[in-house]
Design a protein around this ligand. Structure first.
Ligand SMILES: Cc1cc2nc3c(=O)[nH]c(=O)nc-3n(C[C@H](O)[C@H](O)[C@H](O)COP(=O)(O)O)c2cc1C
Length: 220
Protein backbone atom coordinates (compact mmCIF):
# COMPACT_ATOMS: atom_id res chain seq x y z
CA UNK A 1 0.00 0.00 0.00
CA UNK A 2 1.25 3.47 -0.87
CA UNK A 3 -0.27 5.93 1.58
CA UNK A 4 0.65 9.57 1.94
CA UNK A 5 -0.69 13.00 2.87
CA UNK A 6 -1.60 15.07 -0.18
CA UNK A 7 0.82 17.72 1.10
CA UNK A 8 3.66 15.19 0.54
CA UNK A 9 3.27 15.39 -3.25
CA UNK A 10 3.82 18.35 -5.56
CA UNK A 11 1.07 19.86 -7.73
CA UNK A 12 2.05 17.96 -10.88
CA UNK A 13 2.19 14.57 -9.14
CA UNK A 14 -1.17 15.11 -7.45
CA UNK A 15 -2.73 16.14 -10.76
CA UNK A 16 -1.36 13.00 -12.42
CA UNK A 17 -2.54 10.70 -9.65
CA UNK A 18 -6.00 12.24 -9.17
CA UNK A 19 -6.77 12.36 -12.91
CA UNK A 20 -5.66 8.74 -13.27
CA UNK A 21 -7.77 7.30 -10.44
CA UNK A 22 -10.94 9.41 -10.79
CA UNK A 23 -11.91 7.88 -14.11
CA UNK A 24 -13.65 7.80 -16.48
CA UNK A 25 -14.77 11.41 -16.47
CA UNK A 26 -17.40 12.85 -18.80
CA UNK A 27 -16.21 15.80 -20.86
CA UNK A 28 -18.02 19.14 -21.01
CA UNK A 29 -17.20 20.54 -24.45
CA UNK A 30 -17.97 24.11 -23.47
CA UNK A 31 -18.87 27.09 -25.65
CA UNK A 32 -18.84 30.63 -24.28
CA UNK A 33 -18.65 34.21 -25.54
CA UNK A 34 -16.71 37.10 -24.08
CA UNK A 35 -18.45 40.41 -23.31
CA UNK A 36 -17.54 41.67 -26.81
CA UNK A 37 -19.11 38.61 -28.47
CA UNK A 38 -15.95 36.61 -29.36
CA UNK A 39 -16.76 32.87 -29.28
CA UNK A 40 -14.66 30.35 -27.34
CA UNK A 41 -14.69 26.58 -27.18
CA UNK A 42 -12.74 24.20 -24.88
CA UNK A 43 -13.12 20.80 -23.17
CA UNK A 44 -13.29 20.32 -19.39
CA UNK A 45 -13.45 16.93 -17.72
CA UNK A 46 -13.73 18.16 -14.13
CA UNK A 47 -17.41 17.96 -14.89
CA UNK A 48 -20.57 16.29 -13.74
CA UNK A 49 -24.28 16.52 -13.19
CA UNK A 50 -25.20 18.08 -9.85
CA UNK A 51 -28.99 17.96 -9.52
CA UNK A 52 -31.69 16.48 -11.73
CA UNK A 53 -34.42 18.79 -10.40
CA UNK A 54 -33.80 21.41 -11.56
CA UNK A 55 -31.22 20.07 -14.02
CA UNK A 56 -27.85 21.50 -13.04
CA UNK A 57 -24.26 20.61 -13.87
CA UNK A 58 -20.84 21.68 -12.65
CA UNK A 59 -17.63 22.44 -14.53
CA UNK A 60 -14.29 23.31 -12.94
CA UNK A 61 -11.97 25.53 -14.94
CA UNK A 62 -8.48 26.43 -13.84
CA UNK A 63 -6.12 29.33 -14.43
CA UNK A 64 -3.29 29.90 -16.82
CA UNK A 65 -0.38 32.25 -16.15
CA UNK A 66 -2.18 33.48 -13.02
CA UNK A 67 -5.43 34.40 -14.80
CA UNK A 68 -8.66 32.45 -15.32
CA UNK A 69 -8.70 30.48 -18.57
CA UNK A 70 -10.73 32.20 -21.31
CA UNK A 71 -13.80 30.01 -20.74
CA UNK A 72 -13.81 30.83 -17.01
CA UNK A 73 -13.36 34.56 -17.66
CA UNK A 74 -16.26 34.44 -20.15
CA UNK A 75 -18.62 32.62 -17.77
CA UNK A 76 -17.73 35.08 -15.00
CA UNK A 77 -18.43 37.99 -17.40
CA UNK A 78 -21.65 36.71 -19.00
CA UNK A 79 -23.12 34.06 -16.67
CA UNK A 80 -23.83 31.79 -19.64
CA UNK A 81 -22.34 28.75 -21.35
CA UNK A 82 -23.30 25.78 -23.53
CA UNK A 83 -22.08 22.26 -22.68
CA UNK A 84 -21.83 19.62 -25.44
CA UNK A 85 -21.35 15.89 -25.15
CA UNK A 86 -18.19 14.61 -26.87
CA UNK A 87 -19.07 11.80 -29.28
CA UNK A 88 -16.28 9.68 -30.79
CA UNK A 89 -16.53 11.65 -34.05
CA UNK A 90 -15.93 14.93 -32.18
CA UNK A 91 -12.79 13.74 -30.39
CA UNK A 92 -10.17 15.09 -32.86
CA UNK A 93 -11.87 18.51 -33.04
CA UNK A 94 -12.24 18.59 -29.26
CA UNK A 95 -8.54 17.89 -28.90
CA UNK A 96 -7.61 20.83 -31.14
CA UNK A 97 -9.74 23.24 -29.09
CA UNK A 98 -7.77 22.35 -25.95
CA UNK A 99 -4.67 24.06 -27.37
CA UNK A 100 -3.51 27.22 -25.63
CA UNK A 101 -4.98 29.64 -28.21
CA UNK A 102 -4.92 33.41 -27.67
CA UNK A 103 -8.27 34.80 -26.39
CA UNK A 104 -9.11 36.33 -29.80
CA UNK A 105 -8.84 33.00 -31.64
CA UNK A 106 -12.17 31.42 -32.52
CA UNK A 107 -11.69 27.73 -31.70
CA UNK A 108 -14.73 26.85 -33.84
CA UNK A 109 -12.86 27.68 -37.04
CA UNK A 110 -9.55 26.33 -35.71
CA UNK A 111 -11.25 22.94 -35.18
CA UNK A 112 -13.47 23.03 -38.29
CA UNK A 113 -16.69 23.12 -36.27
CA UNK A 114 -19.82 25.07 -37.15
CA UNK A 115 -21.26 27.53 -34.63
CA UNK A 116 -25.04 27.89 -34.44
CA UNK A 117 -26.95 30.40 -32.34
CA UNK A 118 -28.28 28.98 -29.08
CA UNK A 119 -31.90 29.64 -28.14
CA UNK A 120 -31.82 31.25 -24.67
CA UNK A 121 -28.15 32.20 -24.20
CA UNK A 122 -25.71 34.29 -26.23
CA UNK A 123 -23.00 31.60 -26.25
CA UNK A 124 -23.01 29.59 -29.50
CA UNK A 125 -23.64 25.88 -29.85
CA UNK A 126 -21.82 23.31 -32.00
CA UNK A 127 -23.84 22.15 -35.03
CA UNK A 128 -21.91 18.84 -35.16
CA UNK A 129 -22.66 17.92 -31.51
CA UNK A 130 -25.54 15.50 -30.83
CA UNK A 131 -26.29 17.10 -27.45
CA UNK A 132 -26.06 20.79 -26.52
CA UNK A 133 -27.13 21.99 -23.08
CA UNK A 134 -27.68 25.72 -22.67
CA UNK A 135 -26.74 26.79 -19.15
CA UNK A 136 -27.28 29.83 -16.99
CA UNK A 137 -24.82 30.30 -14.14
CA UNK A 138 -26.31 29.56 -10.70
CA UNK A 139 -23.19 29.78 -8.57
CA UNK A 140 -19.46 30.38 -9.08
CA UNK A 141 -17.00 29.18 -6.44
CA UNK A 142 -13.37 30.27 -6.33
CA UNK A 143 -11.28 27.38 -5.05
CA UNK A 144 -7.61 26.69 -4.49
CA UNK A 145 -4.62 28.88 -3.78
CA UNK A 146 -4.48 32.49 -4.92
CA UNK A 147 -1.68 31.65 -7.39
CA UNK A 148 -3.60 28.69 -8.82
CA UNK A 149 -7.31 29.44 -8.72
CA UNK A 150 -9.93 27.03 -9.96
CA UNK A 151 -13.37 28.37 -10.84
CA UNK A 152 -16.15 25.91 -10.11
CA UNK A 153 -19.32 26.81 -11.96
CA UNK A 154 -22.75 25.37 -11.31
CA UNK A 155 -25.09 26.02 -14.21
CA UNK A 156 -28.77 25.33 -14.64
CA UNK A 157 -29.61 23.64 -17.93
CA UNK A 158 -32.34 25.89 -19.31
CA UNK A 159 -32.59 24.59 -22.88
CA UNK A 160 -31.64 21.26 -24.47
CA UNK A 161 -30.85 20.39 -28.10
CA UNK A 162 -30.67 16.65 -28.74
CA UNK A 163 -30.26 15.06 -32.19
CA UNK A 164 -33.28 13.04 -33.24
CA UNK A 165 -30.89 10.15 -33.89
CA UNK A 166 -30.30 10.13 -30.11
CA UNK A 167 -33.73 11.06 -28.74
CA UNK A 168 -37.11 10.93 -30.45
CA UNK A 169 -40.32 11.89 -28.64
CA UNK A 170 -38.59 11.34 -25.28
CA UNK A 171 -37.53 7.85 -26.29
CA UNK A 172 -33.79 7.20 -26.24
CA UNK A 173 -32.00 5.48 -29.13
CA UNK A 174 -29.23 2.93 -28.43
CA UNK A 175 -26.16 4.62 -26.96
CA UNK A 176 -24.20 3.91 -30.15
CA UNK A 177 -26.03 6.90 -31.64
CA UNK A 178 -24.36 9.19 -29.10
CA UNK A 179 -21.12 7.22 -28.66
CA UNK A 180 -19.92 9.42 -25.78
CA UNK A 181 -16.27 9.24 -24.76
CA UNK A 182 -14.75 9.73 -21.33
CA UNK A 183 -11.45 11.19 -20.23
CA UNK A 184 -8.92 9.00 -18.42
CA UNK A 185 -5.51 9.88 -16.97
CA UNK A 186 -2.27 9.89 -18.99
CA UNK A 187 -3.93 11.52 -22.02
CA UNK A 188 -6.18 8.51 -22.57
CA UNK A 189 -9.87 8.34 -23.47
CA UNK A 190 -12.44 5.60 -23.10
CA UNK A 191 -15.30 4.55 -25.37
CA UNK A 192 -18.65 3.49 -23.95
CA UNK A 193 -19.05 0.41 -26.15
CA UNK A 194 -18.57 -2.14 -23.32
CA UNK A 195 -21.24 -1.71 -20.67
CA UNK A 196 -22.77 -3.75 -17.84
CA UNK A 197 -26.35 -3.80 -16.60
CA UNK A 198 -26.88 -4.48 -12.92
CA UNK A 199 -30.45 -4.64 -11.59
CA UNK A 200 -31.06 -2.70 -8.37
CA UNK A 201 -30.88 -5.04 -5.34
CA UNK A 202 -34.21 -6.33 -4.04
CA UNK A 203 -34.67 -6.76 -0.28
CA UNK A 204 -35.97 -10.17 0.80
CA UNK A 205 -38.55 -10.62 3.61
CA UNK A 206 -35.81 -10.82 6.27
CA UNK A 207 -34.36 -7.51 5.10
CA UNK A 208 -31.30 -8.99 3.38
CA UNK A 209 -30.38 -7.90 -0.12
CA UNK A 210 -30.73 -10.66 -2.71
CA UNK A 211 -27.45 -11.37 -4.43
CA UNK A 212 -27.23 -10.43 -8.07
CA UNK A 213 -25.06 -12.23 -10.57
CA UNK A 214 -21.83 -10.75 -11.77
CA UNK A 215 -22.96 -8.93 -14.93
CA UNK A 216 -21.69 -9.77 -18.36
CA UNK A 217 -20.82 -7.14 -20.93
CA UNK A 218 -23.73 -5.75 -22.86
CA UNK A 219 -23.53 -4.52 -26.39
CA UNK A 220 -26.82 -2.85 -27.33
C1 LIG B 1 -10.23 16.10 -22.43
C2 LIG B 1 -9.72 17.35 -21.76
C3 LIG B 1 -10.21 17.70 -20.52
C4 LIG B 1 -9.80 18.88 -19.88
N1 LIG B 1 -10.32 19.20 -18.67
C5 LIG B 1 -9.98 20.35 -18.08
C6 LIG B 1 -10.61 20.75 -16.85
O1 LIG B 1 -11.47 20.04 -16.30
N2 LIG B 1 -10.27 21.95 -16.31
C7 LIG B 1 -9.36 22.77 -16.91
O2 LIG B 1 -9.08 23.86 -16.40
N3 LIG B 1 -8.76 22.43 -18.07
C8 LIG B 1 -9.06 21.26 -18.67
N4 LIG B 1 -8.49 20.91 -19.88
C9 LIG B 1 -7.58 21.87 -20.53
C10 LIG B 1 -8.35 22.99 -21.26
O3 LIG B 1 -9.22 22.45 -22.25
C11 LIG B 1 -7.34 23.93 -21.94
O4 LIG B 1 -6.57 24.57 -20.94
C12 LIG B 1 -7.99 24.97 -22.85
O5 LIG B 1 -7.00 25.62 -23.59
C13 LIG B 1 -8.77 26.03 -22.08
O6 LIG B 1 -9.28 26.89 -23.06
P1 LIG B 1 -9.75 28.39 -22.79
O7 LIG B 1 -8.59 29.18 -22.28
O8 LIG B 1 -10.23 28.82 -24.14
O9 LIG B 1 -10.86 28.35 -21.79
C14 LIG B 1 -8.85 19.71 -20.51
C15 LIG B 1 -8.33 19.35 -21.77
C16 LIG B 1 -8.76 18.18 -22.38
C17 LIG B 1 -8.20 17.81 -23.73
Amino acid sequence: LVAFASTDRDDAALYRIMTSVIVPRPIAFTATRDAAGQANLAPFSFFNMVTATPPTLAVSIGSRRGRPKDSAANILATGEFVVHVVSETLLPAMNITSADFAPDVDEFSAAGLTPLPATLVKAPRIAEAAVALECRLVKALELGRADRRTYHFIGEVIYLHIDDGVLTDDSLAPLTALAPVGRMGRGEYVRTSDRLRLPAPVLTADGAAATTELPRSLIP
